[in-house]
Write a protein that binds this ligand. Structure first.
Ligand code: 5AD
Ligand code: FES
Length: 347
């Protein structure tokens, strides 16, 4: 019976929230089949390619206070840093030599990085590497700002919605933040022509299985080009420091469902997944994910960009990280590719 639901999901790319809930509740029985179908669908669009993105964590200053996040403004124990424009450019140049063709500039909501400063950095990266894509992950900004950044050359934007339930959103964020503004940002980013990534944490405090079923429906409707999901992991210096982590097994199962509902989606096996389970990223790839985002930030910054406790890959040189990931991916029978890895219209 659950097989029939997976088959219908594969065929129609759509189920009701109730049907997703059934699958989530009985995932133990159906996970292998779901992964098998997800891998088959991904093959149709992307072959056995896994795309790599160079993640540059360029500032851990943040004006916000999300209850789950280790770099929240209220965490006085976080040692703050921001990379200079030259350091960011140097990171991208190093990444290019290592084979990366997408650079993801990720940071907290740091008011220091005005549109002028960011646009200058984006233009410089695009000038040095016209064959590369620039992805931004800088949180909530104004329409004008998103527009300026796009005109400067940014191609993609990652902004997880974190939860599609406004009530749940309030439990994860202080009153200064709102679900409506998050959605406003996502809609505007899309309208500006960015390839957009949405996503949520798996097992965040107060999240129910029913919420996860609704996330599936939301994703299908919003239809983003990229979806980032990873387990929630507590950070000791946050209000959620004592909550328990989300699981790799639920995350991996949801990756399969996401692949089946959004067949062409660019879907990373995230660092958080690799943190809760040493084989998490491999399991993610084997369940339908097709993107990896190794960290390219300079070593001195790595340890400071701690969104959650025990984050992996904070001690290794970039080149080492890539060698390690390549080995891991080869061991799963996939191939790392170094093109831009745009949203596929079919291979
Ligand atoms: N555990 C897992 N993921 C987290 N993020 C932030 N804090 C945590 C945490 N404690 C995720 C959020 C954010 C992304 C950059 O990292 O979903 O959007
Ligand atoms: Fe920085 Fe949430 S703490 S955006």
């Amino acid at each position: 019976m659950y097989k029939a639901l997976i088959d219908r999901l594969e065929k129609e790319n759509n189920l009701t929230a109730e049907e997703y809930l059934e699958l989530i509740r009985h995932r133990e029985e159906i996970r292998n089949y779901a992964a098998e179908r997800a891998v088959s669908v991904r093959k149709e669009y992307y072959g056995n390619k896994v795309f790599i993105r160079a993640l540059i964590e360029f500032t851990n200053y943040c004006r916000n206070n999300c209850y789950y996040c280790g770099i929240r403004a209220g965490n006085a124990n976080a040692e703050r840093y921001r990379l200079t424009a030259d350091e960011i450019i140097a990171c991208a140049d190093e990444g290019y030599v290592l084979g990366f063709r997408t650079f993801v500039m990720q940071g907290g909501e740091d008011p220091y990085f005005t549109d002028d400063i960011l646009c200058d950095i984006i233009r410089r990266i695009k000038k040095n590497h016209p064959d590369c894509a620039v992805t931004l992950s800088l949180g909530e900004r104004s329409f004008e700002s998103y527009k300026a950044l796009k005109e400067a050359g940014a191609d993609r934007y990652l902004l997880r919605h974190e939860t599609c339930d406004p009530e749940h959103y309030k439990k994860l964020h202080p009153d200064s933040m709102s679900y409506d503004n998050r959605m406003r940002c996502l809609t505007e980013l899309k309208s500006l022509g960015y390839q957009v990534g949405a996503g949520f944490m798996v097992g965040s405090p107060y999240q129910t299985e029913n919420d996860l079923a609704n996330e599936m429906v939301f994703l299908r409707e919003f239809n983003p080009q990229m979806v980032g999901i990873g387990p929630f992991i507590p950070h000791k210096d946050t209000p959620f420091g004592e909550y328990k982590s989300g699981t790799a097994e639920m995350t991996v199962f949801l990756l399969s469902l996401i692949r089946l509902t959004l067949p062409r989606v660019l879907l990373p096996a995230t660092t958080a997944l690799g943190t809760v389970d040493p084989k998490g990223r491999e399991k993610g790839i084997l369940a339908g994910a097709n993107v990896l985002m190794p960290n390219l930030s300079p070593l001195h910054a790595r340890k400071k960009y701690m969104l959650y406790d025990n984050k992996i890959c904070t001690g290794d040189e970039a080149a080492k990280c890539i060698a390690c990931l390549s080995e891991r991916i080869k061991s799963t029978g996939y191939e790392i590719v170094t093109d831009r890895g745009d949203y596929s219209n079919g291979i």
